[in-house]
Design a protein around this ligand. Structure first.
Ligand code: TA6
Length: 302
């Protein structure tokens, strides 16, 4: 469990636009009503669950079957995958996508300046994490929202030994209809197809349209733009501190296979993940740090 509701409420007491609720017992969430957008952020995983500018449909997707249970990944929003992306390279029993998304983070501060709401969360090691990741670290997640959503993950090595990490801001973007979108920004880059055994990078000739299961690590520092013809809008996903972008859609079979996804959910989201994954794995030296950041917002369809 994280801080108590009373402790969380005290930290936010100067800002009536930031309130604490508990949609499930022991699962506190911060509701944000900024002058230009609204959001919800769970203490569990410091996970942004929802965000949208006022009077707009959701920008992030959360599965209606997502579980709000301590220690269980919540399907949707922006899970923070750290200190490894995907399955653990040596120990398959370790949790997929690391442990940061399934632990309660500490709320450090929350406030509103003008139209911008800012929340800061921190995660440090505990006895459980040290069993599977024997290093000292400090993670800081800074979440800023107004007419854009900015999530910044700073990872610091506070120990004596260097360590390598892979990670991702595993963003679920809400769509009108997966078959009426086009992803721009990956054309001309190379990707590793995680659905195949071959890890030779493949050239992406055109803008990406999704017509089946996609699970790719694009070797790219570029922003991605989702042109959503159904919702008549574009969504931009900018990033910093990342040379790899993961794009994932489970399509029909995997949507059916995942218990926390409705069968037709594949039509309603795509993951565009600002990452340090594949060959893009930073090494943190003692007292060194790395920052991974994503900025998400809306644009006219154009
Ligand atoms: O980011 C793509 C991916 O690694 C896919 O392979 C799929 O496993 C997805 O993440 C969801 O992972 P999760 O552990 O949240 O079910």
């Amino acid at each position: 469990m994280s801080q108590t509701i009373a402790e969380l409420t005290a930290i936010l007491s100067d800002t009536p636009e930031l309130t604490v609720t508990e949609p499930e017992p022991g699962f506190p969430v911060i509701d944000v009503q900024s002058p230009v957008s609204s959001a919800t952020i769970a203490l569990h995983g410091a996970q942004v669950l929802t965000w949208a500018p006022t009077d707009h449909p959701p920008v992030l997707y959360v599965s209606p079957k997502a579980k709000m249970i301590s220690g269980t990944p919540l399907r949707g929003g922006i899970p923070i995958c750290w200190p490894w992306f995907g399955d653990h390279a040596e120990e398959p029993s370790n949790p997929s996508h690391g442990f940061a998304r399934t632990r309660f983070w500490e709320l450090v501060s929350g406030g509103l300046e003008g139209k911008v709401a800012t929340l800061v969360f921190k995660l440090v090691p505990d006895d459980e994490t040290k069993k599977i990741f024997p290093h000292d670290f400090e993670l800081t997640a800074t979440i800023r929202m107004a007419d854009k959503l900015r999530v910044k993950l700073k990872m610091k090595n506070t120990g004596e030994d260097p360590f390598k990490v892979s990670c991702a801001l595993h963003t679920y973007l809400s769509l009108g209809d997966i078959e009426r979108i086009q992803l721009e920004g990956v054309k001309g880059s190379h990707y590793v197809d995680r659905l195949s055994d071959c890890d030779v990078p493949i050239y992406q000739e055109k803008n990406l349209q999704i017509k089946g299961e996609v699970d790719r690590i694009y070797q790219s520092m570029a922003s991605v733009l989702i042109r959503d013809l159904d919702r008549f809008r574009s969504v931009f996903i900018d990033k910093a501190g990342s040379r790899s972008t993961v794009i994932w859609n489970p399509w029909k079979e995997k949507s059916k296979a995942l218990a926390d996804l409705p069968d037709k959910a594949y039509k309603e989201f795509v993951c565009v993940e600002c990452a340090n994954a594949g060959t893009d794995k930073p090494t943190l030296r003692p007292d060194g740090s790395h920052t991974l950041e994503t900025v998400i917002g809306l644009r006219p369809l154009g």
